[in-house]
Design a protein. Structure first.
Length: 157
């Protein structure tokens, strides 16, 4: 079982809630970083909250949802040590763990249905980094960011 941080904006909160419930039912420990309702919020804040948990080692993996899964991934990828990938299916979810050592999966509530999203998250959790030829490539990704950066996010009440 894994310790997982989850977060979403208003456009992803319903799928995020489905995934949080699914993961908890499966026995994972999930830190729900919000948002918790449909009021409009800014996806970078929630991408950062999840990413900071992963970067700090407080979560092994992250799950992010926004309307497309794209903007929240862009934000999460600004945090050192985080490799966030937008995926649309089981294959991309599996391959980004195996090849990119992705540690945050990002999904678009407006683009995929919850069944596919659950299957993709399962594939992401079941896969593992293959190492080998992928190791120096992932190291080059990580070397593009400094080792730390100041946080701007605060946890919602
Ligand atoms: C919100 O309307 C939407 O722009 C956001 O959830 C996301 O899709 C951005 O990438």
């Amino acid at each position: 079982m894994a310790r997982i941080a989850a977060g979403a904006d208003h456009a992803g909160v319903q799928l995020k809630d489905v995934l949080v419930a699914y993961l908890r039912d499966a026995g994972h420990e999930v830190v729900d970083c919000g948002t918790y309702g449909l009021d409009r919020v800014d996806y970078p804040d929630y991408g950062e909250l999840v990413a900071r948990k992963v970067s700090a080692g407080e979560a092994e993996l992250g799950v992010c949802v926004c309307g497309t899964g794209i903007g929240i991934a862009m934000a999460a990828n600004k945090v050192p040590g985080v490799r966030a990938a937008t995926v649309h299916d089981v294959i991309s979810a599996r391959l980004t763990r195996q090849h990119n050592d992705a540690n945050v999966i990002c999904l678009g509530e407006r683009l995929i249905d919850s069944t596919v999203a659950i299957e993709a998250v399962d594939a992401f959790l079941e896969a593992s980094f293959e190492g080998g030829r992928h190791t120096p490539r992932v190291a080059k990704i990580d070397a593009l960011l400094p080792a730390s950066s100041p946080t701007t996010a605060t946890y919602p009440e």
